[in-house]
Design a protein around this ligand. Structure first.
Ligand SMILES: [Fe+2]
Length: 300
């Protein structure tokens, strides 16, 4: 009953770099700081979508998932509790910080924190892109974008995310190098993907989608100005048909900037297995070969 990816939070020593990277490269809007100097970015009229909290290391903090309303949130929390998920209700301070009406959170089997919410605050007609843009970000009923996590054990991860949480499988990419599952919760082809990475848990990337191809092209033009490296070259994915690049951020995880992603109809959707991720492009750069693929931590 999760309806959307609503927001994402990380911690990083390089918080201040986001004040130019967010608006100047991505086109996001810088909003007033959160508590303790957290940088907050908006992508639409929702008050904020991305939070970078000051921290001593780059760290994934939370993904926020939106439910339709309070009735759905309570029913879902009850259902997860029955399945043995250890759920904690957020207090008023946490709800105020996230700008949601109510919040409950839990961790996955490897400690990745997920927040279930409803009633996220929006300010109509407030969004102003941080740089010249011809269109806007694709959000609305497709949510913020998608997140991709590395997990050490795909079977165990699928049991938790699909069987317990209810993420619906869109497809898989399986070959000698990849074992990745993609899940939808709304029309966006995937709001979540899990990549098997034995012995590790991590946050690989956040995908943001532009309505207009020119805004992706403009981001490519601006990479150098923002000291940002391409991790995977422009390419087109086989499964969600997204034309995209993968780039570094100031905080170790990557951002996929895309255009033209597939919208799925859950009533008729049948999961496939692909043997490669891209029709063309998405070549790993030399930078990609020397850096960790995101915020990646060994399992203790
Ligand atoms: Fe992606």
């Amino acid at each position: 009953m999760i309806q959307e990816l609503s927001y994402v939070g990380v911690a990083s020593p390089h918080v201040d770099n986001w004040r130019s990277y967010g608006p100047g490269l991505l086109g996001a809007m810088v909003k007033p700081d959160g508590p303790a100097g957290a940088v907050r970015l908006a992508l639409d009229d929702i008050n904020h979508r991305i939070s970078i909290h000051p921290g001593t290391a780059d760290e994934f903090r939370y993904a926020g998932w939106g439910l339709a309303n309070e009735t759905d949130l309570r029913a879902y929390v009850e259902q997860l509790t029955e399945r043995g998920v250890d759920i904690h209700w957020g207090d008023a301070d946490l709800c105020r910080e996230r700008e949601v009406a109510e919040l409950a959170w839990f961790c996955d089997p490897w400690g990745l924190r997920h927040e279930l919410t409803w009633g996220k605050a929006a300010t109509p007609n407030s969004f102003q892109p941080g740089r010249v843009m011809r269109g806007r970000f694709v959000t609305g009923d497709q949510g913020l974008g998608h997140v991709v996590f590395q997990v050490p054990d795909m079977n165990k991860a699928n049991e938790f995310y699909a069987d317990v949480l209810g993420f619906r499988l869109s497809d898989r990419i399986v070959n000698g190098y990849f074992n990745v599952r993609f899940y939808h919760i709304n029309g966006r082809h995937h709001s979540l993907a899990l990549a098997e990475f034995p012995g590790h848990v991590g946050f690989n990337h956040l995908m943001l989608e532009y309505e207009n191809m020119d805004d992706l092209g403009r981001a490519i033009d601006l990479l150098e100005r923002h000291d940002t490296e391409i991790m995977q070259s422009l390419g087109r994915h086989t499964n969600d048909l997204m034309t995209s690049i993968y780039i570094t951020t100031p905080s170790s995880f990557q951002i996929e900037l895309g255009h033209g992603g597939l919208v799925v109809d859950d009533l008729s959707w049948v999961a496939r297995t692909y043997n490669k991720p891209s029709y063309w492009g998405h070549r790993f750069s030399s930078a990609a070969r020397t850096r960790a693929p995101g915020i990646l931590n060994p399992i203790e």
